[in-house]
Design a protein around this ligand. Structure first.
Ligand code: FES
Length: 220
């Protein structure tokens, strides 16, 4: 399937392949403090990351009702499935199969069509997402400068595999191929922040920072 953007499709869906994660940081954006994250003005990812907390059972019904309203809004508009999925993921946080069936029913489409679109675009996720997303780079520069050790350390520290979410729902762990910060290898992102020259020791501090931030109720 060719990656051609149809009309009215959110640009975020066409930001690139699975491992494309937006604008490269500029030299000016690199702070003097080596331990400070480099903030990335990454609007598209933010769209997703702010809303990727899994719903609890109590409000699940309300979320389905909200998705139902989205379906009503778009049902009679041809070619609107991607918009529905986009908004559904914004509301629910991810697109489990049950929700895909609900959308397919509501839109009068085969489930296979809905699933096909969901699986084609890396923007869509069928897995519950943590409140923070770790993206560890395993591109060549990061890999040869110790990235693999950091990956192992993340797995051990968080007891999570690649693509998984920690039991407490705090972190989702992903591998990416290059985040455009090769000179800072090995590089890692947490949400919109880039961390450079990460090693297992530095990693523990970074993880603790996000855990403390959440305990304190502060916003990432
Ligand atoms: S290879 Fe890791 S940032 Fe480019």
């Amino acid at each position: 399937m060719e990656n051609i953007r149809p009309d009215n499709t959110p640009a975020v869906l066409y930001a690139g392949g699975e491992n494309t994660i937006g604008e490269r940081p500029t030299k000016e954006s690199v702070p003097d403090d080596p331990d400070r994250p480099i903030h990335r003005p990454f609007k598209e990812e933010r769209l997703m990351s702010d809303k990727t907390v899994s719903p609890g059972k109590a409000d699940e019904r309300a979320l389905y009702e909200a998705v139902g309203k989205v379906i009503e809004k778009y049902r009679d508009k041809p070619g609107s499935l991607i918009m529905v999925l986009h908004e559904a993921q914004e509301i629910y946080g991810y697109l489990p199969m049950e929700l895909q069936r609900f959308i397919a029913d509501g839109m009068g489409l085969p489930v296979s069509e809905v699933s096909g679109v969901v699986s084609f675009y890396s923007y869509f996720t069928t897995q519950r997402q943590g409140r923070h997303t770790i993206r560890m780079c395993q591109g060549t520069a990061c890999y040869v400068r110790g990235g693999k050790k950091v990956v192992e350390a993340i797995k051990k520290e968080l007891n999570v595999d690649v693509g998984g979410t920690t039991e407490d729902g705090l972190f989702t762990f992903q591998i990416v191929r290059c985040i455009g910060s090769c000179g800072l290898a090995p590089a890692m992102m947490v949400d919109d922040d880039v961390y450079k020259q990460v090693n297992p020791t530095k990693l523990r501090g970074i993880l603790a920072h996000y855990a403390e931030m959440d305990e304190g109720g502060a916003d990432a």
